[in-house]
Design a protein around this ligand. Structure first.
Ligand code: C2E
Ligand code: MG
Ligand code: MG
Length: 541
């Protein structure tokens, strides 16, 4: 094909091609990494010419850019996209954002901000339904001007993607000059997929996350790309692995496929909030989704640190953890559920300690966002076995799993050294005593935060570390037992006082220097008969 002849043809037939619909958008799906759903699409121009056949952007964009005529194509693409979105909304279909490309010269020959504003008003579509893609080179070379343009567009409510990030000479410092919504990592990084390019992607994603900017990887073609992007926490993916750019009809067909899940714009901020927590730092982290309709949990992400921690307690992968959360047959299932419900109803970090496969584990949940019946929760799971004193470990090793099911809180108290060593804490609240806490301070805090006001005086006498040993020596069997009303999360997650039994006993072979304190539910369901409740010297509830 004679390039010069084609270039002349393109310039002279541009208007005709636009009028006759030879120039049309194709759409390439954009996938949200954590869900695998189609979160957006990019509009890519195609020229179906009666004389030259199917023309790709590389055949006609350079010459139109050179002649500063590309704005005609870009305006047409924007209008066609707006029209499509309007049509889909009218049909009541699930609609996600579509990004449209703008060339550098567009910003010289027209007022892009006014144009896009007029069009969304004309078609009555929300601005979040069309993203604008501007290449890195446009932003770098026209910095002063583009800063104002980008700001104006964002102020109006449009989302801006920086296209082909890393293809030019930009440095990360450059991001200081702009507030952007999405960085599209140039497909050159995945093409080479070398240790260096992987490291650049990893640090770009981390940095963008810290700045609150989402990241999209272009040119995803292989499964190993996906695994890597999942690991580093890249938010969005686009490439032939998922789909080529598709015509409108093909796209319709694609999103109806059983294995394709289009994400509606209504859920965008929900999953964006989840994405903002997907960080591959060295702190153990998982991101979970709870689906209230199915009453099931599903891991969206686990970082390397959390995977290591899971492996260290003999859990092979996150699917196994997911199974435990979803399977009512697993003994700890109810306690995990109660902990999550507590985290959801209070918005607080809910913490518990429990033994698993003869390791001690600290598990914390925190709610990120809730919409309708779905909730995003972060989890932190840390194997704390290594931190624990050996003696405590030996004492509790064998019966540990049973104790965790029986008791809500187990502490080893050392009144002489004023320490409280936490063994099990199912209270779901960090407000109780923590490991190696200051015993006297911890008891006071527990009394103040957790114990019913009418029981507080009696509790302080019972838990008095200065007299505890003497009282235990005098007690039959060396065991003390009393009942108190203590704040507990109910099944629905609300806090409520319920009767709890607190047992104190001297730990053998510690020269009477250590005392085991165990707290458990005193409701009849725990095996305690009603007659036990009547014997209690306390005002009835
Ligand atoms: P881009 O905006 O970076 O678009 C991505 C390009 O990568 C598209 O090429 C797409 O088909 C291609 N691509 C997507 N996934 C893969 C993959 O997995 N492997 C490989 N090798 N390629 C992949 P396309 O459609 O040929 O567009 C090329 C460029 O032309 C675009 O790069 C964009 O800069 C420009 N362009 C396309 N449409 C428009 C438009 O409407 N206006 C303007 N100004 N530029 C456009
Ligand atoms: Mg693009
Ligand atoms: Mg690109």
């Amino acid at each position: 094909m004679d390039k010069n002849r084609l270039n002349d043809y393109i310039v002279s037939h541009l208007d005709e091609a636009l009028e006759n619909g030879w120039i049309r958008p194709f759409f390439q799906p954009i996938i949200r990494t954590i869900t695998g759903g189609v979160a957006a699409a990019e509009a890519l121009v195609r020229w179906q010419d009666p004389e030259y056949g199917f023309l790709m952007p590389a055949d006609f964009i350079p010459v139109l850019e050179e002649k500063e005529l590309i704005y005609k194509v870009d305006c047409h693409m924007f209008i066609e996209t707006a029209k499509l979105q309007r049509g889909r909304l009218d049909q009541g279909l699930r609609v996600g954002p579509i990004s449209v490309n703008f060339s550098r010269s567009d910003f010289d020959v027209m007022d892009v901000a006014s144009f896009v504003q007029e069009q969304v008003e004309k078609f009555h579509i929300s601005k979040e339904l069309i993203w604008l893609e501007i290449t890195e080179s446009t932003l770098v070379k026209n910095k002063d001007k583009m800063r104002n343009v980008v700001k104006a567009l964002r102020d109006e409510g449009f989302q801006i993607c920086m296209d082909d990030f890393g293809s030019g000479y930009s440095s990360l410092i450059f991001l200081n000059d702009y507030t952007l919504d999405v960085i599209k990592l140039d497909m050159g990084f995945l093409r080479s997929f070398s240790p260096v390019s992987r490291e650049i992607m990893r640090s770009t994603v981390n940095m963008a996350k810290n700045l609150g900017i989402r990241t999209l990887a272009e040119g995803v073609e292989k499964e190993e790309h996906i695994r890597f992007l999942e690991e580093i926490g890249c938010d969005l993916m686009q490439g032939f692995y998922y789909s080529m750019p598709l015509s409108v009809d093909e796209m319709d067909h694609y999103i109806r496929r059983d294995d394709v899940h289009p994400e509606s714009i209504d859920w965008k901020s929900f999953y964006d909030a989840a994405d903002s927590h997907v960080v591959n730092s060295d702190v153990s982290l998982g991101v979970l989704e709870y689906d209230g309709d199915r009453d099931s949990f599903h891991y969206l992400f686990t970082n390397q640190k959390q995977k290591e921690q899971l492996r260290s307690i003999g859990r092979r992968n996150r699917r196994e953890s997911e199974f435990i959360l979803n399977s009512a047959h697993y003994p700890m299932h109810e306690k995990f559920r109660a902990l999550i419900e507590y985290a959801i109803s209070t918005g607080e970090t809910a913490v518990m300690y429990f033994p698993d496969n003869s390791f001690f584990v600290r598990l914390a949940f925190r709610m990120v966002v809730k919409q309708e019946k779905r909730v995003i929760i972060t989890s932190s799971l840390v194997n704390i076995t290594e931190d624990r004193t050996r003696k405590t470990g030996e004492i509790l090793d064998r019966s540990a799993e049973d104790i965790a099911l029986l008791f809500d809180d187990v502490h080893i108290l050392d009144p002489d050294n004023n320490t409280a060593d936490n063994v099990i804490n199912n209270f779901g609240i960090d407000g109780g005593m923590k490991k190696h806490d200051d015993l006297r301070k911890g008891l006071k805090a527990f009394c103040r935060n957790m114990v019913h006001p009418e029981d507080r005086e009696r509790y302080m006498l019972y838990a008095d570390p200065d007299t505890m040993k003497d009282r235990l020596h005098g007690a039959p069997g060396g065991i003390l037992r009393e009942y108190f009303r203590i704040l507990r999360p109910t099944a629905s997650g609300e806090l409520e006082f319920s009767w709890m039994e607190i047992d104190l006993l001297l730990i053998p072979r510690t020269d009477d220097s250590k005392i085991l304190s165990c707290i458990k539910n005193a409701q009849p369901s725990s095996g305690l008969g009603p007659e036990d409740m009547v014997n209690l010297e306390k005002p009835q509830q």
